[in-house]
Write a protein that binds this ligand. Sequence first.
Ligand SMILES: C[S@@+](CC[C@H](N)C(=O)[O-])C[C@H]1O[C@@H](n2cnc3c(N)ncnc32)[C@H](O)[C@@H]1O
Length: 497
Amino acid sequence: MAVYQTAAGILDRLGRKEGAVKSLVYDSGYKNVRQLYALLCETLRFSSVLEDVITSSQLLRGDKKLPLNLAKVLVYDLLFGKGLQCGGRWKATILAHRARLQAELAKLKVKKKVSSNRDLLTSMGGVADGPALPRYVRVNTLKTSVNDIISYFKRQGYTYLGKARSIEEIVQFVQKPGKRFLQDSHIPDLLVFSPNTDFHKDSLYTAGHLILQDKASCLPAFLLSPPVGAHVIDACAAPGNKTSQLAAIIQNKGKVFAFDLDTKRLATMSTLLLRAGITCQELANQDFLTVSPDDPKYQKVSHILVDPSCSGSGMPDRMRMLSEEAGSETSERLQALSAFQRRALSHALSFSSVQTVVYSTCSVHQQENEDVVKNILEQYTDFRLVKALPSWPVRGQNIFPGSDSCLRASFTETLTSGFFVALFQRKDEGSRSSVMCGEQRDFNTADTPAKERPSSKPEEKSNLIQVTLKRKANNMADAKSTTKKKSRKKKRKMKDS
Ligand SMILES: C[S@@+](CC[C@H](N)C(=O)[O-])C[C@H]1O[C@@H](n2cnc3c(N)ncnc32)[C@H](O)[C@@H]1O
């Protein structure tokens, strides 16, 4: 009975907007977190069907003391789950109504002209189970290495299939689920497992060696690519997956100033960063818009990540339903969000020493994405867009010249959640650092003449990948001499070993 009582209590708290499902589940102290979480997700998914069946069966009238949320979890398990698992005084009540509840469910299906529970769910605006995303696992390179993690999983009985060459290869991979995994085609620190592979109890996850982070959500920090030792701002940081990724990229040297308005999310973030071994962060429970660009503390900030609150319309339905952030998508809300997004991005560009800014959302709406970028480019003519990951198949919607420099991600096209990323670079440093950026990452400036862009000869490309992997990024003025120095150093190293 405890699971039903706890789940009903969480549904009450959700109704009072006291938190998101995940945090409330952990706060509840209930031991079998997975069981409780699954029951809640499913009850929420079937919520409208359950309400209908409970009302028409008059279950609550018969026994007025049975609270609605408790009735919902019990009826969910009776009709759609594994059957009532435990007793307690309500089991007899529910079982006494079983035939009536089943009859009402059947009637509802007839009324909606559907034959399956899944179709019923969809017809009532619920969320049917769609195909699942792969389980993406980011290796926390502050604690371990990709090679060590690959060996670890091989010892755990997983078959390693090597590095994916394309998104298509990942699509094929997920069609044959099993104990197998790949290295991601774009992000070297990312491993790809079959959907629904659960690592929450894995000792390397609990020790912060592995971060469970969707591929699209890894793109903003990966593309920002601050050099080791850089001073970086994460403007809207909690719960902190991107902050921890940024800290790993700068190898815990330098600084990540992370801001967030939400105290609870910051507390979660603090635990996450501690577990991940991050030490270069400075967290502040502060409105980013009030952070003064003139404060001497931020004079060395060269890179800023702006991942502001958004509609969350790109998140998979189930995650979205559980998110504290996502809400309704009325045009007023979208307008308010996009106004905040413009302000946050514009504030980031006003830091005097900032060279590179990434703007990202997990929204699919043009209003929160391309429209924001277009508006900001019109105001900040000293910044330009850099074409991020030219090989990425989905680009920004064509609403202004160069909008294809932005990148979009989606379940159907890139097998990730829905995302949008735009990469801004200050123009005076642009041509120089764009060459560097091209060397470190797979991107070019949209308006850099072809002859100034990094070469794409195969042998040079493989060098670039090695540079990326080693994260030996820096902002030295002469890109050519840097490359030469690096290859000399590499030769020396090879000789030494
Ligand atoms: C999309 S979430 C950020 C996710 C985070 N970057 C990550 O990867 O874990 C947006 C965050 O912005 C925060 N936020 C909203 N308005 C803010 C503001 N004015 N200043 C700082 N943070 C803000 C919200 O509390 C929320 O945690």
